[in-house]
Unconditional design. Structure first.
Ligand code: URA
Length: 424
């Protein structure tokens, strides 16, 4: 029996793997030495029979070691990375990276393209004229040394086992395993050199964790893997039943992030970024209040301009909003009875934005950086007939919005809590 066949059979029978077993799976995935059908069979066995927290930690380590590891030793500590499980209108990275870098934290981050309704940071930054997202790992480290932060697209040189296994999970219905998700996320972070990782686990209709117990269980597993592997992890479970902040869509989200950095926007995006920045600062022994100071003094904005310039961007984007504008902008007004917004559905709004071209249904689809939405109402707000509730930035793709995206109640509704009390 080949060793991979034995490993598959062991998991099919519910036995626990050793580190050597998981290293063998990871090596086979990284080096292409096993056929896809064996890896797929192992994934299904692991999905159905589960991986213990110890196995998940070992798989994470094995995948992190399956390729190169970014050497950050020439950069000042602390080294921090940030990850969001993905949501609608989630532009926190665009604010957090320069905000934390302006607090003397080295931020080196690899981000992905979006798929489905959750936009990818790379798509957002690609909407900025000139911004390069194709840095090599060496260029990233050089830039982080000069500037304090750097961001690029994912490279197959880091954690190549995850690249293979993730593609197979996508094709075999095995994405939604907590252990596979957690090891996939953390292996890439470890390979990227981070020692402290701040995780934003989205929970609600616009994310892949629909309820608090599933999101909390993922958070607990991520924290336990981190502890096992000697990382400092801070993890928040945050609301994704309604979109984050005002903008959905690539250029629109960058513009909102810039407004937050300039001090011109005081909504949920700013609030969440300050909360996540505060958690990160405390994790590395600093004061959470440093984040507010960096934002209010303009230090974070200065850092963002320095970062954008270093990555080739046209800095006019910081002064003007008339770049990547959609050809048609129209407002939707509320035509029902007066009341209070009780539902602003992230999934329905995300699907509408995606169908207009803000996101993609398949990896090959092209995004339209100009299109998207400005959500003018949040849960708990008073809504009157004739009031504009949504601004639609349309390109050339036809799309329809499900009218159920906005619910209005005739009794007052409290605002939604942005961060669950169970964050740690
Ligand atoms: N993000 C990842 O990087 N991997 C997963 O499996 C899910 C989300």
């Amino acid at each position: 029996m080949s060793s991979l066949l034995k490993i598959i059979t062991d998991k099919r029978q519910g036995r626990e793997h050793s580190f050597a077993d998981l290293e063998a799976v990871s090596r086979a995935a990284a080096e292409g030495t096993a056929p896809d059908y064996q890896l797929a069979a192992w994934l299904m066995a692991a999905f159905l029979n589960g991986l213990s927290p110890r196995e998940a930690a070992w798989l994470t380590k094995a995948m992190a070691e399956s390729g190169e590891r970014l050497d950050l030793s020439s950069l000042p500590r602390p080294w921090v990375d940030k990850h969001s499980t993905g949501g609608v209108g989630d532009k926190t990275t665009l604010v957090l990276l320069p905000l934390l870098a302006s607090c003397d934290i080295t931020m080196v981050k690899m981000s992905g393209k979006g798929l489905g309704i959750t936009g990818g940071t790379i798509d957002k930054l690609n909407s900025v004229p000139g911004f390069r997202t194709d840095f090599t790992p060496e260029e990233m480290v050089r830039q982080a040394k000069d500037v304090g932060c750097a961001l690029t697209g994912q490279t197959p040189r880091l954690a190549p086992a995850d690249k293979t296994l993730y593609a197979l999970r996508d094709a075999t219905g095995t994405v939604e395993s907590r252990a596979l998700i957690a090891s996939s996320i953390l292996s890439k972070k470890i390979a990227g050199g981070a020692e402290t990782i701040v995780l934003d686990i989205k929970c609600g209709s616009g994310s892949f964790m629909q309820d608090l117990s599933a999101a909390s269980a993922l958070r607990d597993l991520l924290v336990s893997i981190g502890e096992e592997l000697g990382l400092t992890i801070r993890a928040a479970v945050t609301d994704m039943d309604q979109p984050l902040g005002r903008a959905i869509g690539n250029a629109l989200e960058v513009k909102e992030a810039i407004r937050v950095l300039r001090g011109d926007e005081h909504g949920a995006t700013r609030e969440l970024c300050l909360a996540l920045a505060g958690m990160t600062l405390e994790a590395v022994g600093r004061e959470a209040s440093d984040a507010v100071r960096a934002l209010e003094s303009g230090a974070a904005l200065q850092m963002a301009m320095h970062w954008f310039h270093a990555q080739g961007a046209d800095l006019d984007v910081f002064d003007e909003e008339d770049w990547q504008t959609a050809p048609v902008v129209e407002e939707i007004v509320w035509e029902g009875e007066p009341g209070w917004a009780s539902r602003v559905d992230a999934r329905l709004l995300g699907e509408f934005a995606r169908d207009m071209g803000a996101g993609r249904l398949t990896k090959e689809d092209e995004v339209d950086p100009r299109v998207g939405l400005e959500v003018l109402v949040r849960v708990g707000d008073r809504v009157e007939p004739g009031q504009p509730v949504l601004r639609v930035h349309r390109g050339d793709r036809e799309a329809a919005l499900d009218s159920g995206w906005l619910g209005v109640s005739d009794v007052a509704v409290p605002a939604r809590q942005l961060m669950s009390d169970e964050s740690c």
